[in-house]
Design a protein around this ligand. Sequence first.
Ligand code: 3H9
Length: 686
Amino acid sequence: KRSRVTVRAHGSRIDRWARVVIVEIEETNGVAVLTIDNPPVNMGDTAMRTALAEALDKVAAQSGLVGVVLASAGTHFYAGSDISEFDRPMQAPQLPDVIARIENLGVPVVAALTGLALGGGLELALGCDLRIGDPTTIVGFPEVTLGILPGAGGTVRTARLVGVPSAIDLVGSARRVKADEALSLGLLDEVVPADVLLARAVERAATLGAKNRLVDRPAPVSDETAVEAARAAVSKRARPNVLAAVDVVCTGASLEGREALRRERALFDELRVTDEAANLRYLFFAKRRAAKAVRSRTPAPQISAIGVAGAGTMGAALAGAFAARGYEVIVFDSNRAALDRVADRSGITPTDSIADLGRADLIVDAVFEDMDVKKSLLREVEPHLDDTAVIVSNTSYLDLNEMASVLTVPGRFAGLHFFNPPDRNPLVEIIRTSTTDERTLAVLSAVVTRLGKTPIPAGIGDGFVANRVYADYRMQAEFLVEDGASPAEVDAALIELGFAIGPFAVADMSGLDIAWARRKRLADTRDPRQRYVDIADRLCEAGRLGKKTGAGWYDYPDGAKRGVVDPRVDAITEKARADAGVTARPVTGDEIRDRVLASMVCAAAGLVEAGVAQRASDIDVALTEGFAFPARLGGPVRALAQRDRAEVVSALEAAYRSCPVSFAIAEPAAAGEIPDTIEKILEAVR
Ligand code: 3H9
């Protein structure tokens, strides 16, 4: 017997896409199979919950059933609740009500899990009486990364099924667990080949006989040391919602099941409406919008071999990142000694013959950051390449249009800008030149997806998007020091904003010499009206090049990990202020945060205005992913957009006054107005 429940909910994402959610019910030999079909990822929105609840009600009214199977059409069982619904009051039926229907059915329910069962998807499965997966099954609770915690019994049922220590780890770490591990933990009861998953689930549903409600079980007694170890492992530098989630796991385990569910839900409802959770949801969708913007309609050709030109620190790290994702990597450098960096790595072939790059489908230029060096590489490599090969440059600042001009086929060329360290930093800018063709973009988007990176589209402009905004952040930090703040005060104020480390400690870690060399190179072209703080130059001249020389903005006595304040830096700073005619004044933490934030937003507005950035939310993605701007604030633009009008005006005015030439875009703030270009981007991210 077959029937189906079809639901179309007004105002939902589904409705916007003119799609319906279907739960197909097929009954064979007393087992009803409910198949959820809500493409693309079987997301749990109101329409899906309604369809599922109706299907369960239908099944409950049916006589002669011995069991039920909950299965899914498509790749994933259920990728979690629709995050966009969390911004509004939650609509009935809510997930706990659907799960209660499963638990209250008179017959056992078996979950047949394929692909992802995340968040609410795993909670739904835990409401069933048995869980069978296939080798593609992946389970996990991503909720804490969204500023919330599982809200449909995830903490309660997991602790009862696998014990408190494992539940703390799963809920607190948000890690995704593959089928094998899920089986050994006990989250899955069986893992079977995908082609027999449904048949096996039906067989078990037909013979199970009894219900196995996790919520009614006591949690297994756990070893206190293991609980404390699990707690310590996820609590380090954890956000308050993670700590709260861990507490809920622990207390819920000793409460009566229904009471534990009530407590969990109450906290979920509280966390869901916090600014932090809203900002993390904003970033979730911002990342997907950015990824969509770089996706090409042209199908991506297969890329198997990647050639990296240049075996410097960046080239070697990039080669490692490509090899780790299964690409065959050829690294070219004319300097044989440099090739030693990659010599022993598996999947990487070093060569000092440029002709060997001819085997690659994609060439990544990571040679020295100099226009002539890059142009000669492009000229030399192109004749060796197949017509279909794509070339990208990882330049941070150079003009990609000028580079493209030396190629015979400029359409095959674009910018692909990685951030340090490229094996761990998720951000990548995909930069289109005036000649880049669609096929090239399709290749880049596919490669970036395979690398698991977060792409943003960028246009050509000095420093593209992320470095450009970061440069103004850094510049403002130095203005603040010249005005009277100490580097330690600036770092502390920004740590209070949510950065893990302040800009001066970061500068010491990366070394002050590269930026110094760049400043010297650009000295002749600098706008003389531009405020120029020369404290960093003075530090470099004194041999203080950062941590590697034992001293920079801070001192690092005897190889100390963290810098200590050094009176010699105060003396250098005071001399620099005197020479610049600046009288030091006290600067508050609020002023530091306001000016830094407003400077970044001024840069962002300029980039959107110039078309170098496509949208303000891309800049928030860039800064949170690439430069560890606190994600809980949603990014610099979103953070300022959430302040009230008077605060925005005063922050912009302070940035403007710090250097009218650099922040001219904010000039209207001096007369109490928010400039239109800035108002536009603030509005776009609210
Ligand atoms: C939860 O479950 C809380 C419970 O405890 C609550 C109980 C009460 N919501 O990423 P993609 C959209 S919290 C809304 O491009 P992929 C996505 O925006 C949730 N939309 O594909 C995109 O739409 P569009 C726990 C979602 O293959 C389309 O689907 N779950 C959601 O690269 C395709 O997505 C999670 O945190 C969602 N949950 O990656 C999982 N998921 O085409 C979040 C997807 O209009 N999701 N969309 O741009 C993911 O991690 C990835 O989307 C996934 C697929 C890995 C599933």
